[in-house]
Design a protein around this ligand. Structure first.
Ligand SMILES: [Zn+2]
Length: 486
């Protein structure tokens, strides 16, 4: 099943991504029409070849769903040395004629209905075994030397015992009950600490009965990402998190739905590894698209929804006269991700040149299309990964790397120094603006050596009187995201 999906997603993924980005630009216009407004997704996230092999080597158990989805069919069947993006010159450059590639309207509306209609199917009851419970909760249930069930979870790099149970069907019931309690307690604790709301099928009917419970290891991964990102959360609205139990076509592995301030995690539970649990090699490899990494990326988007917008011009994007943004090259040319279809009704993967007004330099063909790798080479400000089709993802990828671990941060500074510098500047500003300043206008919070946000005890709170004065003339004026215009 998942193999079939790879092919399906191949050609549409990046185009789909751009479509979301467009919605984002039109936020103010479209918001009222779309409750389920899709802003950003990181479908099709794929790292450089080196990092890909690092993932396979270090985290064999992790299913990198985002990556799988864009892997070209050729990459699945061809040996390693042939895994290359298609050469720009081999691509059909002639544009499709008007109407040629349109999908009949009937087909389209059926598709749309299908993905959102609630299904009546009852979820299959899985027989209760040590294995099924391990899978259900993301823990380890095994038989110990006394012949009893032993339950443990690996958090922060070491196994933590959760209890011993009789090896019997009743014992398994007890394990199930204990783990449900633990899961609910953990969710409540996180909701209290982080101004967070876990959504259910009842609160998100647009997804039918697809809402699922998070697993304990997923919660740990989310918790770890939150501790590094708490300044990005809204100071007024709760962040909502929804876990969905299957991955459908055109769905990313995770998605921030901007105005709704909701992050949706698509697909069945996948290996969740916090940075604490990683080996040195894994740490050196940087982002591995684990659940924590994906959350860190999404919190980069949340940062922009809840504070001020990033200054994209500082990391190599230019605003065009038509309000789109283009990535600038070292020879001062402007490129946008290609969305136009050629005579074969494909949108070839690559970047095309535009002028300052936003007009195509080659309006009648895809002449001059360059591949993503070529764009990485040519970019005036080097992106931190090959997932930079939009300015917002260029930013979010930098944020995720900056916050993930000291190793990942060092790699970012080495490989994308200018972006790294900008992200650091943004992060410092966000800490002060969102979590407040104390005496001497110094930020009350700082990042510790693990980059977790903690109270800086060396900074005293302002005396009460000053605080009242500050409240009347707020240091940070909240502008609802609706009013942003990019
Ligand atoms: Zn994104």
């Amino acid at each position: 099943m998942s193999h079939e999906r790879k092919g399906h997603h191949k050609t549409e993924s990046k185009e789909q991504h751009r479509r979301h980005e467009k919605n984002d630009d039109d936020d103010a216009k479209q918001l009222s029409q779309q409750a389920q407004h899709i802003l950003k997704d990181r479908r099709g996230h794929k790292e450089s070849k080196d990092e890909t092999s690092a993932v396979e080597k270090f985290l064999p158990g992790i299913k990198i769903s985002g990556k799988d989805k864009v892997k070209p069919v050729s990459a699945v069947t061809k040996p390693d040395d042939q895994k290359e993006e298609p050469k720009a010159k081999d691509i059909e450059k002639k544009l499709a004629v008007k109407g040629q590639c349109e999908v009949p309207a009937v087909e389209k509306s059926e598709d749309t209905k299908d993905s959102s209609k609630p299904t009546d199917q009852v979820k299959e009851e899985v027989p209760k075994t040590a294995e099924s419970l391990s899978k259900k909760y993301g823990v380890k249930v095994s038989v110990n030397s006394d012949g009893k069930y032993e339950c443990s979870i690996n958090t922060s790099g070491k196994d933590v015992a959760l209890g011993i149970f009789e090896k019997s069907p009743e014992g398994l019931d007890s394990v199930d009950k204990a783990l449900t309690t633990r899961l609910n307690d953990k969710k409540s604790a996180m909701e209290r600490e982080f101004k967070l709301k876990f959504e259910t099928a009842a609160t998100s009917p647009e997804y039918g009965n697809r809402a699922r419970e998070p697993r304990l290891d997923e919660l740990d991964a989310l918790d770890s990402a939150l501790r590094k990102s708490r300044a990005s959360l809204s100071s007024s609205d709760a962040l909502r998190i929804l876990f969905i139990d299957e991955l459908r076509e055109f769905e990313p592995s995770m998605q921030t739905q901007g105005a709704a301030n909701r992050i949706v995690v698509f697909g069945p539970p996948r290996g969740a590894v916090t940075s604490e649990q990683r080996s040195d090699g894994e740490k050196q490899a940087g982002l591995l698209n684990s659940v924590e990494d994906d959350f860190l990326h999404e919190f980069g988007h949340v940062a922009e929804n809840t504070a001020s917008a990033a200054d994209y011009s500082k990391f190599g994007w230019r605003r065009l006269e038509n309000d789109n943004w283009a990535k600038v090259t070292t020879d001062d040319k402007l490129y946008i991700w290609n969305e136009r279809k050629n005579a074969n009704c494909e949108s070839p993967a690559g970047w095309v040149e535009v002028d300052g007004k936003g007009n195509f330099v080659h309006p009648d063909s895809l002449e001059g299309l360059i591949t993503n790798s070529q764009m990485m080479e040519k970019a005036l400000v080097k992106p931190s990964s090959d997932y930079f089709y939009t300015r917002r993802d260029d930013f979010a990828e930098g944020v995720a790397r900056y916050r993930q671990s000291p190793e990942s941060r060092a790699k970012l500074a080495r490989e994308a120094p200018e972006l790294s510098k900008y992200v650091q500047e943004f992060d410092k500003k966000e800490l002060a603006e969102k979590l407040g300043v104390g005496e001497g206008d110094k930020p009350l919070y700082k990042r510790n050596e693990k980059f977790v946000i903690v109270r800086d005890e060396s900074v005293a709170e302002k005396p009460m009187l000053t605080k009242v004065k500050d409240a009347l003339t707020p240091y940070f004026i909240y502008i609802p995201p609706l009013l942003y215009r990019y």
